[in-house]
Design a protein around this ligand. Structure first.
Ligand code: ZN
Ligand code: ZN
Length: 372
């Protein structure tokens, strides 16, 4: 990962080694593959490459320099957050400023992020850059994002630890008579009180509603005998955590107990067997084979997991369509589930980082069935 040769991206004083954004830009430049530059407009990629956290901006990454184009709301912030970039304030029509900049830099082949460019945006870019060949690209920045550096891991670790803590504290509150949305609010307050942001809308799904893998908290009142699934995460320095537990309200019946143990066993097998080099599909199979063998295969409709970082869902894929190999430094969820319509569901989700020979857990909440 270390880049020792002189690099124009290093800027004054050769700060390349201390600034993660400089390192990331150098690595992405290494993936330009003959392009003169790459236009980056996806919020997470923009932040990853420059440190800029504003809601609007276009990054023009080239081997010679990085330009960050934004509007009057953000120029001051951009200059502070992205010190190694040339910050440009655009006029009323940003694409015109972009066109002038690209022409000024003499770029003839410019890559764009095809997964995130709409037809409308493509038309605008084509009109603004008549002399430039626009080349669709995929994953040039994401390839770097999938491997977390120490600073990124630290933020994810903090987010995961905080999520464990807030969920643990909330166990005191969960009892029959409580409303799902009331519980979600308490969890949200817990995250915010501890200085984190809420990673995504917290899922609370109880009783028969727990068969909804992404059930939004409703006004349903928790009742004895329910399974209650909570899926939540914190955001720290822009980085997310993602944790799910299913609890039993009162002593579980034999079917609840059985299904929980199948999910638990599937997750344990995946956590024990996952390692760098296997594809996401092979990792998925570690858990899916067990759920299939126990006859619940049709009720496990989603993938085993997903990458987590600046986005809650990012690469690598850990699912039936995960064809790329897992790599050391990937941060992924391991979240098998069984959802039976009309009955309910169970999911156990943990966050791990891939190490040379296996996984290291980032979440630490007990994986045993907690009876409340
Ligand atoms: Zn989740
Ligand atoms: Zn997840």
């Amino acid at each position: 990962m270390a880049i020792r040769a002189p690099n124009p991206l290093a800027g004054k004083g050769g700060r390349l080694m201390d600034d993660p954004c400089l390192r990331r830009r150098a690595a992405t430049v290494g993936r330009l593959d003959g392009l003169g530059g790459l236009l980056v407009m996806t919020a997470e990629n923009r932040r990853y490459l420059t440190g800029f956290t504003g809601s609007w901006g276009a990054v023009l990454l080239t081997p010679a320099e990085t330009v960050l184009l934004t509007d009057s709301r953000y120029v001051e912030q951009a200059a502070t957050e992205a010190p190694g970039c040339r910050v440009l304030r655009h006029g009323a029509e940003w694409s015109q400023t972009l066109g002038e900049t690209v022409t000024g830099m003499g770029l003839h082949r410019l890559g764009f992020e095809k997964e995130n460019v709409t037809v409308g945006l493509y038309e605008k870019l084509s009109a603004a850059l008549p002399g430039t060949e626009l080349v669709p690209t995929e994953g040039r920045v994401e390839a770097g994002r999938a491997i977390k550096d120490d600073g990124e891991l630290q933020s994810i670790r903090s987010a995961a630890a905080l999520t464990d803590q807030v969920l643990t504290e909330a166990l005191e509150l969960i009892r029959p008579g409580m409303i799902e949305s009331e519980l979600a609010l308490a969890l949200e307050l817990g995250l915010r009180r501890n200085g984190a942001e809420v990673a995504f809308e917290i899922i609370v799904a109880s009783g028969p509603r727990s068969s909804l893998p992404h059930g939004r908290p409703s006004d349903r009142v928790l009742a004895a005998g329910d399974l209650v699934t909570i899926d939540m995460g914190a955001r720290v320095n822009g980085y997310h955590s993602d944790l799910t537990r299913t609890f039993a309200l009162g002593k579980p019946d034999s079917r609840q107990e059985e299904i929980y143990q199948v999910v638990r066993e599937a997750q344990t097998a995946a956590l024990a067997g996952m390692k760098p080099g296997m594809t996401g599909r092979e990792a998925d199979a570690l858990a899916r084979d067990i759920i299939n063998a126990r006859g619940f295969g049709e009720y496990f409709g989603h993938g085993l997991g997903h990458g987590v970082g600046l986005a809650v869902h990012e690469g690598p894929r850990v699912s039936l369509t995960g064809e790329t190999a897992l790599r050391e430094g990937n941060v992924v969820t391991v979240e098998p589930g069984i959802y039976i319509p009309g009955w309910g569901g169970v999911r156990i989700e943990d966050l791990v980082v891939l190490r040379p020979t296996g996984v290291e857990m980032l979440s630490s909440f007990t994986r045993e069935l907690v009876v409340l």
